[in-house]
Design a protein around this ligand. Structure first.
Ligand code: HSE
Length: 447
């Protein structure tokens, strides 16, 4: 039974507004700022107390945010050192200053909400350890797949399951580019510039097109799915920059779409952790996720397959996840820290040391697109190399091109270890009748 003194103490906390400090007023910062103000009434009804913006730290003003009546500082460290603030929103991005900012906030006993996937994927193990020591929460729903509540879904909604695999379109910019190239035959650079103007792309867009952003997000998802430490450096990462319109056209003719997927799978030998362009059947739901939208399939042993879909980037969708975390933290302020949902879903002392597999050990189908001289014996040489490497062909298309002795050849294979495929490709590229390099795209059936 609660004593009267305890009840009065608790009511004092319950009635007191929760004070938030926002660091960074860029795309996500401005979206989060406006959601907190515009949906204040609905948020108070959910939390049972109001959430107010106590201070904003930003290098410059943002026309989208009316900061009248709110303290604004140019020094973000003022925010984490402000004794009034309960929850710090780290929305500046990057890893060096952001890490210092978050560690200072934790040191000062503040809860942290961040949208920073690079920070969590690369420094999360250290940050969570410090947060545990200090009894504070570090929440990061917005770090993965923008507005989709995939962290909450994996960490709480699916917590009865042994997760077998997950596969997702987790970079909005990359999906936007591939979708526009597929549907409208648009040029890569032009679509990327549009994604930047719309605020989808990272400050350094190579993070989007070379797969680094998706690898950060996959690292986080895999840790929560399988209960393993964050291991960004072991994630195999390949972007979309080398995908051509011809690859997309041939894949389409064979009934496939090319999507940039993050795949994490539990196997007997270890865990596959890989980000790369992937052919998937056009009949798959994931193949029909277009534009900036993201979607993640999760296969649990008891639930079976699940799919979540939504906007993967943008001010308001990402702000939606940031503020959902703020609400969760505000609700948990009075809870015993030992009874909170663990940062990585599993108890920190129960994380598993199961190895991450090197990409050579991973098995999948392959789509090979190459240019060959249209001469007797070329096909025979290629099929012999594939057979010597124990690679079985599923289908093969050779296209005529008038007036040229060079013709495109597309080969689809059954599942094979990447190691065998590397050996076969090296041998094929060494054939005098094969021009240039062999384009290789992995194929998944998502079964
Ligand atoms: N650049 C990211 C994307 C933003 O395009 O998905 C959201 O993380």
């Amino acid at each position: 039974m609660w004593s009267l003194k305890n009840k009065l103490f608790l009511w004092g906390i319950v009635l007191k507004p929760v004070k938030v400090g926002i660091c960074g007023l860029g795309t996500v910062g401005s979206g989060s700022f406006n959601i907190l103000l515009n949906n204040a009434e609905e948020i108070t009804r959910r939390v049972g107390r109001s959430i107010v913006i106590e201070q904003v730290g930003a290098r410059r003003d943002n026309d989208m945010c009316d900061t009248t009546g709110i303290k604004v500082t140019r020094d973000i460290f003022d925010v984490v050192n402000n004794p009034e603030i309960d929850i710090v929103l780290e929305l500046i991005g990057g890893t060096s200053v952001a890490k210092e900012l978050v560690l200072t906030a934790i040191e000062n006993g503040k809860h942290v909400v961040t949208a920073n996937k690079a920070l969590i994927a690369e420094h999360g193990n250290e940050i969570f350890a410090k947060a545990r020591d200090k009894g504070v929460i570090v929440a990061f729903e917005a770090a993965v797949a923008g507005g989709i509540p995939i962290i909450k879904s994996l960490r709480e909604g699916l917590s009865a399951n042994r997760i077998e695999w997950l596969a997702g379109i987790i970079n909005g910019t990359g999906n936007f580019i591939l979708s526009e190239m597929t549907e409208k035959n648009r040029n890569f650079d032009e679509v990327l510039a549009e994604a930047q103007a719309l605020g989808y792309a990272e400050a350094d867009p190579t993070f989007d097109i070379e797969g680094i952003d998706a690898a950060h997000k996959l690292t986080i998802l895999a840790s929560i799915a399988f209960g393993i430490p964050l291991q960004f450096e072991k994630t195999y990462t390949e972007g979309i920059s080398r995908i051509t319109s011809q690859d997309i056209e041939f894949a389409n003719q064979l009934g496939y779409a090319i999507k940039h997927l993050g795949i994490a799978r539990r196997t007997k030998a270890g865990i596959e952790l890989r980000v790369h362009p992937t052919l998937i059947s056009r009949k798959q739901l994931l193949a029909n996720v277009n534009g900036v939208m993201n979607a993640i399939m999760v296969q649990g042993d008891v639930v079976g397959p699940t799919l979540t879909y939504g906007a993967g980037a943008g001010a308001l969708p990402t702000g939606s996840s940031v503020i959902a975390d703020v609400i969760d933290v505000a609700r948990a302020l009075t809870a015993d820290p030992t009874n909170r949902v663990p940062h990585l879903a599993f108890q920190a002392d129960s994380l598993s040391s199961v190895p991450i597999l090197p990409v050579e050990e991973i098995e999948c189908g392959f789509f090979l697109n190459m240019t060959i001289k249209d001469r007797a014996g070329v096909l025979a040489n290629i099929t012999q190399i594939l057979s010597m490497n124990e690679i079985s062909i599923e289908s093969l298309i050779q296209r005529e091109r008038e007036g040229s002795e060079l013709v495109p050849l597309v080969v689809m294979t059954h599942d094979v270890k990447e190691r065998n495929m590397n050996a076969a490709i090296a041998a094929i590229e060494a054939l005098p009748d094969v021009a240039g390099t062999v384009q290789r795209i992995r194929v998944e059936n998502l079964a």
